[in-house]
Ligand binder design. Structure first.
Ligand code: 3HC
Length: 655
């Protein structure tokens, strides 16, 4: 069995008369130019050699093909294009079968679709995540997928960009079989096809879809699009597949792909993609091994602690939750199992996994149980004395190698650490609520944090499936410091003449799921009020300070939970409240401000600039390591629209 090399990344060998083509282009077998060139040569070779009766395409390593090479986007085109490769595969007169050994994404999925048969390994995952990169599939995906799965499933898959596991792929008709030994099965399938007519995906007639079901599937995709172009285009192209010829559909798809690929939206989403791969990489930690963490202690099982517990349990950790009384412990356990139950109801967790999670959970009033923990995360009231006393007590309980993590949002973790016996084992793990859902975790590298403690905190957050971003110590860390600057600017504009609903509408049109005043009303205004009161004595008397939020709180308007805040919630809809307008007017009059008008464009521009300026300070102070980390914090913790790339990306792009 001698191997033939078709390009630097594509080789082939004959097995049972079948040419097995292997794509080996680390790290993810992306379809770089040499892969495309190699594939065409390999298929041509299979056709030319009379003894070859079929072809199997597979990927080396854990991935089948991770998609088009995103790093090539924007570079001069190199022949052959991916659609040309697909057409060569689909029109090959000998059977071509995909042996999908791992992730087949984007262009990788499209290769599989162009083949005459598809066998998935149990470890395979299949999808077209192009919309997440601001583009549509560009090598036939929108035209071939509906021919295999029908229009409705194709709208769902391509419009959402979600990835499916083999069982679902089989159910949808996306693959023909699942096998433990996908290679032998694929070879057998290719051999079996050699004598009969080939089923070319492009030649399949799409069954006329039910118009109302198509509308419903499209509506579902568009509802989540938040004004992005790609999902709408993807839906349009999939719909067109049942109405036009393959040739016209492919031409439309390619033109749309090229147009979107060069858009700012796609550039922003590519920035986010690469930013995520950079995040959590800390050069000073190279070669530092994280400590072993198997048992996680969580002190406080309120909303935050319970969320962290669920994240840790579902990631496979043993969890010891600690409360102050037996009654509170029972309630904490109930809260945790309640969240797990909801995950089962929504299909995100199996019944079996839920039981396994509960088996790994203890919640008790006895802090002594934390002696078993490798890492303790405190999620108690955000008060310096409470947290410091707790950590001092933990010093006497936990084993010497255990790590202590604080989930504080605003306190100085260096102060908490320096009050303990071993400041080097203290780190910040700032989760966002609900902690079992929100992806962002700020990992706070305190003054004395030992490198392997920081490495362990990062590894822990990654194992939870979170996106860890390292932050230095500063009031509010990266996210809340930028949020404070953003809020300050929004309040300046209110005092100068803008209305809260106007600011919110401008932000929502830009792509935020919710405007800032709406967010405040959801979260409650009282915590920030208490903080402002604490800071009042040390505030710079010459700095501009807007008192409107204080007036709202003094009037008992703490947001949605009290029925009134920046808006009125006495009817089921949020409504502009004339009483708030009066209060704002009074604040302006007190300062002698003559209100001016703001356009939505100016509102957004000023808010973005405030965020970027604060981000720049964080970089200068060394609090954030890279500007893309700041973008990720704002996108994943504060609703900044990913398709705009984050405040730093916007500032750099328009600089
Ligand atoms: N092109 C270029 N580089 C890629 C890439 C791609 N499509 N996908 C991943 N990489 C790079 C990453 O940047 C990273 O580089 P680094 O080591 O320098 O940071 C490296 O590969 C490894 O990536 P991950 O850390 O993400 O590796 P994982 O093993 O965790 O995940 C994966 C592998 C599931 C394939 C994941 O990388 C992924 O989801 N990739 C993107 C898939 C995608 O979006 N494909 C569609 C591309 S667009 C397309 O195909 C258009 C077509 O329709 C014409």
């Amino acid at each position: 069995m001698s191997a033939t090399r078709f390009s630097e990344s594509v080789s082939g060998s004959i097995r049972d008369g079948v040419l097995v083509i292997t794509i080996d282009n680390a790290p993810v077998n992306a379809t770089s130019a040499h892969v495309r060139q190699g594939l065409v040569k390999a298929v041509d070779h299979a056709v030319a050699v009379g003894t070859v009766i079929g072809v199997v395409v597979t990927g080396a390593g854990r991935t089948f093909v991770g998609g088009a090479d995103i790093k090539e986007f924007g570079m001069p085109p190199v022949e052959p294009t991916l659609p040309e490769v697909m057409s060569r595969i689909e029109n090959c007169r000998k059977p071509v079968v995909a042996a999908i050994n791992g992730a087949a994404l984007g262009g990788g999925c499209e290769i599989a679709l162009a083949c005459h048969g598809r066998i998935a390994a149990e470890a395979a995952s299949i999808g077209m995540p192009e919309v997440k990169l601001g583009i549509v599939p560009g090598a036939g995906g929108t035209q071939r997928l509906p021919r295999l799965t029908g229009t409705i499933a194709a709208i769902d898959l391509i419009g959402s960009g979600r990835t499916v596991k083999p069982e679902e792929a089989l159910r949808l008709g996306l693959v023909d079989g699942i096998a433990t030994d996908q290679m032998s099965t694929a070879i057998a399938l290719a051999r079996g096809m050699a004598s009969g007519p080939l089923r070319r995906t492009g030649g399949i007639q799409i069954a006329t879809p039910d118009a109302s079901a198509v509308d419903a599937a499209a509506k579902k995709v568009l509802a989540k699009a938040r004004g992005q172009a790609a999902p709408a285009e993807a839906v349009r192209l999939v719909r067109a597949a049942s109405e036009t010829s393959l040739e016209d559909g492919l031409a439309d798809e390619r033109a749309t792909f090229l147009r979107l690929r060069d858009s700012l939206e796609a550039a922003a989403l590519r920035h986010v993609f690469f930013a995520e791969r950079q995040a959590g990489k800390v050069s000073k930690l190279e070669g530092i091994a994280p400590r072993m963490v198997e048992t996680v202690g969580i002190v406080g099982t309120g909303l935050m602690g319970a969320g962290i517990a669920v994240a840790a349990l579902t990631a496979g950790y043993r969890v010891v939750g600690i409360e102050q009384s037996e009654d509170a412990a029972a309630k904490g356990r109930e809260r945790i199992s309640g969240i797990l139950d909801k995950a089962v109801q929504s299909g995100r967790l199996s019944d079996l996994a839920r039981t396994a999670c509960l088996d790994r959970l203890q919640v008790a009033a006895d802090a002594g149980r934390l002696a078993a923990a490798d890492l303790v995360v405190e999620a108690v009231f955000d008060d310096l004395t409470v947290k410091t006393e707790l950590f001092q007590r933990l010093d006497g309980i936990v084993r010497p190698g255990a790590i202590l993590a604080t989930n504080t949002s605003y306190l100085n973790p260096d102060e908490i650490a320096s009050a303990t016996a071993h400041a080097e084992r203290v780190v910040g793990l700032h989760f966002f609520s609900p902690a079992n859902v929100m992806r962002l975790v700020e990992v706070v590298d305190c003054r004395a944090t030992a490198p392997d403690v920081l490495a362990s905190a990062l590894a822990f957050a990654k194992k939870l499936g979170k996106l860890p971003i390292v932050s230095g110590v500063t009031e509010g860390f990266i996210g809340n410091r930028i949020f404070s600057a953003y809020r300050r600017e929004a309040e300046f504009m209110i005092e100068d003449g803008a209305a809260p609903d106007q600011v919110d509408a401008a932000l929502e049109t830009y792509g935020f799921p919710m405007g800032i005043f709406n967010v405040y009303d959801m979260a409650g205004l009282e915590i920030a009020w208490a903080r402002r009161k604490r800071q009042a004595a040390t505030r710079d008397p010459n700095a501009r300070y807007v008192e409107i939020a204080d007036r709202l709180c003094e009037a008992g308007r703490f947001g949605r939970k009290t029925g009134k805040g920046w808006y009125d919630y006495s009817s089921s809809e949020k409504a502009v409240d004339p009483a708030v307008s009066v209060l704002i007017e009074a604040a302006r009059t007190a300062k002698g401000i003559v209100p001016r008008t703001f356009t939505s464009g100016e509102i957004v521009e000023r808010l973005l600039r405030a965020m970027a300026d604060e981000g720049k300070s964080l970089l200068e102070e060394g609090i954030a390591a890279r500007s893309s980390d700041i973008d990720l914090v704002m996108i994943n913790g504060y609703g900044f629209p990913a398709h705009k790339g984050g405040p730093m990306f916007v500032a750099d792009t328009y600089a």
